[in-house]
Write a protein that binds this ligand. Sequence first.
Ligand SMILES: *[C@@H]1O[C@H](CO)[C@@H](O)[C@H](O)[C@H]1NC(C)=O
Ligand SMILES: *[C@@H]1O[C@H](CO)[C@@H](O)[C@H](O)[C@H]1NC(C)=O
Ligand SMILES: *[C@@H]1O[C@H](CO)[C@@H](O)[C@H](O)[C@H]1NC(C)=O
Ligand SMILES: *[C@@H]1O[C@H](CO)[C@@H](O)[C@H](O)[C@H]1NC(C)=O
Ligand SMILES: *[C@@H]1O[C@H](CO)[C@@H](O)[C@H](O)[C@H]1NC(C)=O
Ligand SMILES: *[C@@H]1O[C@H](CO)[C@@H](O)[C@H](O)[C@H]1NC(C)=O
Ligand SMILES: *[C@@H]1O[C@H](CO)[C@@H](O)[C@H](O)[C@H]1NC(C)=O
Ligand SMILES: *[C@@H]1O[C@H](CO)[C@@H](O)[C@H](O)[C@H]1NC(C)=O
Ligand SMILES: *[C@@H]1O[C@H](CO)[C@@H](O)[C@H](O)[C@H]1NC(C)=O
Ligand SMILES: *[C@@H]1O[C@H](CO)[C@@H](O)[C@H](O)[C@H]1NC(C)=O
Ligand SMILES: *[C@@H]1O[C@H](CO)[C@@H](O)[C@H](O)[C@H]1NC(C)=O
Ligand SMILES: CC(=O)N[C@H]1CO[C@H](CO)[C@@H](O)[C@@H]1O
Length: 644
Amino acid sequence: MHIHFAISAAALLHAVSAEPIPQVSIRALPNAPSGGYAPAAVPCPASKPTVRAAAGLSQNETAWLQLRRKATVDPMIDFMKRATIPNFDAEAYIRSVANNFSALPNIAIAASGGGYRALMNGGGFVAAADSRTPGSTGKGGIGGLLQSSTYLAGLSGGGWMVGSVMLNNFSSIVQLRDGFEGSSVYQFSSSIFKGPKQRGLSILNTASYWDDIIDQVNEKRKAGYNASLTDFWGRALSYQLINAPNGGPSYTFSSIALTDEFAQGNTPFPILVADGRLREDKVVTLNATVYEFNPFEMGSFDPTVRGFVPTEYIGSNFSNGAISRDGQCVRGFDSASFAMGTSSSLFNIFILQNVSAIDAVPGFIADTIVSFLTDLDDDHNDVAQWTPNPFYQWNPSTNPTASTTELSLVDGGLDLQNIPLTPLLSPHRAVDVIFAVDSSADTPQNWPNATALRATYERSLLPIANGTLFPPVPDANTFINLGLNSRPTFFGCSPSNFTLLPGQILPPLIVYVPNAPYTAMSNVSTFTSTYSDDQRNDIIRNGYDVATQGNGTFDAEWPACVACAILSRSMYRAGRPAPAACEACFSRYCWNGTIDSEDKGPYLPTFKIRNGTTVASSAGRRVVASGWSFASVVGAVAVATLVG
Ligand SMILES: *[C@@H]1O[C@H](CO)[C@@H](O)[C@H](O)[C@H]1NC(C)=O
Ligand SMILES: *[C@@H]1O[C@H](CO)[C@@H](O)[C@H](O)[C@H]1NC(C)=O
Ligand SMILES: *[C@@H]1O[C@H](CO)[C@@H](O)[C@H](O)[C@H]1NC(C)=O
Ligand SMILES: *[C@@H]1O[C@H](CO)[C@@H](O)[C@H](O)[C@H]1NC(C)=O
Ligand SMILES: *[C@@H]1O[C@H](CO)[C@@H](O)[C@H](O)[C@H]1NC(C)=O
Ligand SMILES: *[C@@H]1O[C@H](CO)[C@@H](O)[C@H](O)[C@H]1NC(C)=O
Ligand SMILES: *[C@@H]1O[C@H](CO)[C@@H](O)[C@H](O)[C@H]1NC(C)=O
Ligand SMILES: *[C@@H]1O[C@H](CO)[C@@H](O)[C@H](O)[C@H]1NC(C)=O
Ligand SMILES: *[C@@H]1O[C@H](CO)[C@@H](O)[C@H](O)[C@H]1NC(C)=O
Ligand SMILES: *[C@@H]1O[C@H](CO)[C@@H](O)[C@H](O)[C@H]1NC(C)=O
Ligand SMILES: *[C@@H]1O[C@H](CO)[C@@H](O)[C@H](O)[C@H]1NC(C)=O
Ligand SMILES: CC(=O)N[C@H]1CO[C@H](CO)[C@@H](O)[C@@H]1O
């Protein structure tokens, strides 16, 4: 241990002074006041930060939306022009509502959890939706959807994708995939447990990688804060997600708000999701409070906590929403890596396991990590400690953790809501359509069966949803038998199917986009941590093909149907009937209430497209045959590496 700290001091000096800065440094801001990972006390602004009641959106989000909604108009018009809904002038429609933000379509994208599979499959969707991706605005493409979107939410592995895009100056997935000079972003061929092959321009070995991480977390401890495994996990993740030396220890999540691209409304509004966990609870249920992190605020609209704290000032001692008169303000606690690590804390359990299993990692590293954890026991090593609890003494009659100075947060998918829908369903955000990209591993072969959607529907019936509606979705076998999990499916198409009580609003239309094998067997295990560049590129491309149905291979009208989904709620509000071509889309893509719950055996889908040749696309019931040999060509993508 003593030897270790001697090494660390030198390494720390090196990190501060001698690190080569990559030439291309596009990213959020390294604005933690300590200059490193540690939070630090700073003078409070003239009006001290407070927790606010979640009775609406923050002033900052409201003001930002004025810019963003306006900025989505031209991309939406371009999208409509390319999508060409037959016999309907969608461009004229968008122009007619362009100045009325309650009428203009309000679009969100939500990327599920599922480790690297979710990062890559969700990244493939975002690449397809991004007009900057070469080819995305060609035939069958949906490029421009990202530029038309107001919100971009991510959870766990989906949060890594959203975080990496937003923290690197709204880089495109293609840019992140192809990398930056001297940077380790998206380099998954070297596992997170071993560390990147190079740091800046120099070769980095595993021992010094972990040494750096331990030093970073130790700075936070020395500043008086507890460390949890999530601190280590988040720091390690950042070497792969943030294009800055040492994974940018001082990058904060709130700094996204200070970047020009976001501040001018040129990007969607990023949201990460995590669940609250009570000390005494072993399992996280649908009654858990769903917390969100956005660049302005962290908190929850749920009727339990029902409050938001400025993200920038998390770490300050709030009590009943206020900092005491002589209390100081703290900044830098909202490390971008800690936020991304919290949303994905499911993976914490693999740190110690893998760190001690990998030969290259010196034994003392695992011991050192354990020695830093004040609170490690079998039930709580998946917890991220957001201590001091910003919601201490806040709403004590309903807030389950109002009486504790510790706020324990866990992976946002642990309540089974693996798609980050909750923040997007808030009536205050009035979202019209959510593209729900599902990379969950529900079936034994790691394909989704919409457990995440069912969880959100079931939660909508509980008191914690406070009447927020969600479209009904059928059981897992129906998804499989009707093929609803192997192609995009719309839920909540008919407004007349909802009975609205006073105060309730129509839920958004849900465009469910499940991971399915178009051109790669993208059902890799959630816990596989290493991917060759080819495997990575294949899974991103498959996600792209999922999003575009193979550039329209399965339905040349798919872009028009996406346009119809975008317009649906807006036209309903305006009392305008949907164009005939949209009715045709809805009859193809909307779940119409049919149920087929019979268990017909395992779901083993084969390639929908192989080598550019379309294969019949009914729900994959066929036994896996030649598909697997193609899998070996594209890389051992289909081989699930089960850990544990
Ligand atoms: C961020 O991206 C924008 C748009 O590509 C570019 O104009 C700007 O220079 C970039 N900012 C930084 C700091 O690299
Ligand atoms: C804006 O759109 C909403 C919803 O369609 C409508 O109720 C409202 O009257 C419109 N406002 C104006 C000023 O046109
Ligand atoms: C669809 O287009 C993209 C972008 O040009 C390309 O990368 C992808 O391979 C295409 N997919 C198919 C199935 O042709
Ligand atoms: C660290 O965690 C312990 C156990 O939860 C708690 O009692 C203590 O107050 C925490 N310390 C700080 C500085 O947050
Ligand atoms: C969730 O809370 C409701 C009451 O609000 C209760 O009826 C239900 O049993 C709880 N469910 C779980 C799984 O704790
Ligand atoms: C519940 O929803 C109603 C609107 O239907 C709203 O007025 C009320 O403030 C909400 N309550 C809580 C605790 O969020
Ligand atoms: C917050 O409260 C803790 C416990 O009372 C104290 O140790 C710490 O110094 C306080 N932090 C600030 C910034 O006031
Ligand atoms: C659906 O997924 C859940 C896990 O999310 C699993 O327990 C269940 O067995 C799956 N059912 C089918 C029919 O695939
Ligand atoms: C509803 O969908 C099922 C298959 O998903 C189809 O067989 C049936 O014809 C549809 N019913 C109507 C009324 O469109
Ligand atoms: C919506 O209502 C219609 C008419 O009652 C019914 O046929 C249909 O099944 C419902 N759709 C869903 C998805 O429940
Ligand atoms: C794909 O097509 C190429 C060229 O026709 C052929 O050489 C290759 O074997 C095919 N691969 C598979 C997996 O069918
Ligand atoms: C968290 C955050 O960014 N808060 C800002 C909201 O806007 C006010 C000005 O209206 C700023 O002072 C806050 O810093």
